[in-house]
Design a protein around this ligand. Structure first.
Ligand code: PLP
Length: 449
């Protein structure tokens, strides 16, 4: 065929190392702070809930970290993932711009999340841990960890954000099929859950508090986080490394790299290897207008969870106890973001944009009706940004190259599609007043510039 649609790699081309962007950031990195003392948190402060293997990755200063062979073997179940040229979408848009997407929905759980679930389960099993507890928003992360725990013989306990638990019953069945136990959050099982009973839709912040509490009280149980932390972003860089090789196969280079941002891991996974390689591209992060952390939040130290159990991290935040409205992109309902991604936004190296739910689903349908894949609602935010970028190129009379991270499929999000198709999807308003109130409760910590 003269016009290929897919650019594929061989299994031996699965990367051997992860890309660590920490040493590339200008200036001294701002350390996380201990939630009690507010002093810089060292590796020892993290040992109650994380294995040393992951803590060392969290603070690693080497530009690359080797991927253990067992993890590469497990990656072989679905990696390398395909890169597609969106020829049908381009044609429908009538654009000269070339659009590519890296599709992470081919993983067993249906998103990029197993890229980090597998090494996290591996390091915990190696350290003799018996069980992992975690939170899940959309259910993608909980399913991924349930799958990874099943690979390495670990028990898995998942606190699922209430609104998603109700919207996505089959995500719950999927986790249970892989052997996990699933609770609706806020639950009656933890102090943090009981303290938040007045927020029945839940939030990622509350669910994280519940899962951390369970891990902190059980010596055989560790906690596992699906985004935000440095080691999680590190694991995701297999995406961008493969994409660089695949863009070479296509004989093209991106002018714009786009991903959605919940905690920042799929965006980072695609973007960081391009940043490391000195790419000339612009980097665009897409988030929900109902939870606009990067576009409306303040840059400050804040807790990663609602109850204030995690270390304080330097990031854009809407306030740790801000409860975002229940949009369908559950994986993007988080009050903060990865400190590394936030630092890049602060430095102007990454542009952030926020989109409403209906315009996002309009983009999702446009994509499904041309490229055939039903995108996850989270990924649809990035597709919305692609449509805007393609239009901007057309207006400028330029032919640009856009690279999108299609982080997952939406096969378990059909209630959201159904609501959109019935014209019943709402555009919940972000409440400035709620954010201001939550920001009043930011913890005392050194100011950051
Ligand atoms: C399909 C999908 N994309 C994106 C995200 C957002 O997370 P992150 O910003 O860490 O990639 C999620 C989170 O659950 C998700 O399920």
């Amino acid at each position: 065929m003269s016009e290929p649609t897919k650019f594929l790699l061989r299994e031996e081309q699965i990367p051997t190392h992860w890309v660590n962007l920490l040493p590339d950031l200008p200036g001294d990195p701002l350390p996380p702070l201990h939630p009690g003392t507010k002093q810089p948190a060292g590796p020892d402060d993290l040992t109650p809930i994380f294995p040393m293997g992951l803590i060392l990755q969290e603070v690693a200063q080497e530009p690359e970290v080797e991927i253990p062979e067992e993890v590469r073997q497990a990656y072989g179940l679905w990696r390398p993932t395909p890169l597609f040229r969106a020829r049908r979408l381009e044609k429908a848009l009538g654009t000269q711009t070339r659009i590519y997407y890296k599709y992470e929905g081919v993983s067993p759980a249906g998103s990029h999340k197993p890229n980090t679930a597998v090494p996290q389960a591996y390091e915990n099993a190696k350290a003799g841990v018996k069980k992992l507890s975690t939170e899940t928003g959309a259910g993608q992360w909980g399913s991924s960890l349930a799958f990874a725990c099943s690979l390495f013989g670990l028990d898995c306990e998942v606190f699922m954000v209430g609104s998603s638990y109700d919207q996505k019953p089959y995500r719950r069945s999927m986790m249970q099929t892989w052997g996990a136990t699933v609770h609706r959050s806020p639950s009656e099982l933890t102090q943090s859950g009981k303290a938040n009973a007045e927020h029945p839709t839940g939030s990622l912040g509350i669910a994280i508090s519940e899962a951390v509490e369970v891990a902190a009280q059980d010596p055989d149980c560790n906690y596992s986080l699906g985004s935000v932390l440095n080691h999680v972003l590190l694991h995701q860089t297999v995406i961008g490394q493969e994409a660089i090789l695949q863009m070479e196969l296509a004989g093209d280079e991106p002018d714009v790299v786009i991903g959605c941002v919940g905690g920042g891991s799929n965006f980072a996974g695609l973007a960081f290897p391009f940043l490391r390689a000195g790419s000339k591209a612009r980097f665009v992060a897409a988030e929900p207008a109902a939870c606009p952390t990067l576009t409306r939040g303040v840059y400050s130290y804040d807790f990663g969870d609602t109850a204030g159990l995690t270390p304080l991290m330097p990031m854009y935040t809407l306030g740790h106890d801000f409860v975002p409205p229940p949009v369908h992109a559950g994986g993007l309902r988080y009050h903060g973001d990865s400190p590394i991604v936030c630092a890049l936004v602060k430095q102007g190296l990454v542009e952030a944009r926020a989109y409403k739910q209906n315009e996002t689903f309009e983009a999702a349908l446009r994509f499904a009706r041309t490229e055939a894949i039903l995108p996850a609602p989270e990924a649809a935010h990035a597709i919305r940004a692609v449509l805007e970028e393609a239009e901007a190129a057309k207006q400028a009379g330029e032919q640009r190259t856009i690279l999108l991270n299609l982080s997952g499929h939406g096969h378990f999000d059909m209630s959201a599609y159904e609501a959109y198709l019935a014209g019943e999807l709402e555009d919940p308003e972000f409440s400035e007043a709620d954010m201001e109130a939550a920001l009043e409760r930011l913890p005392e910590a050194p100011a950051i510039a």
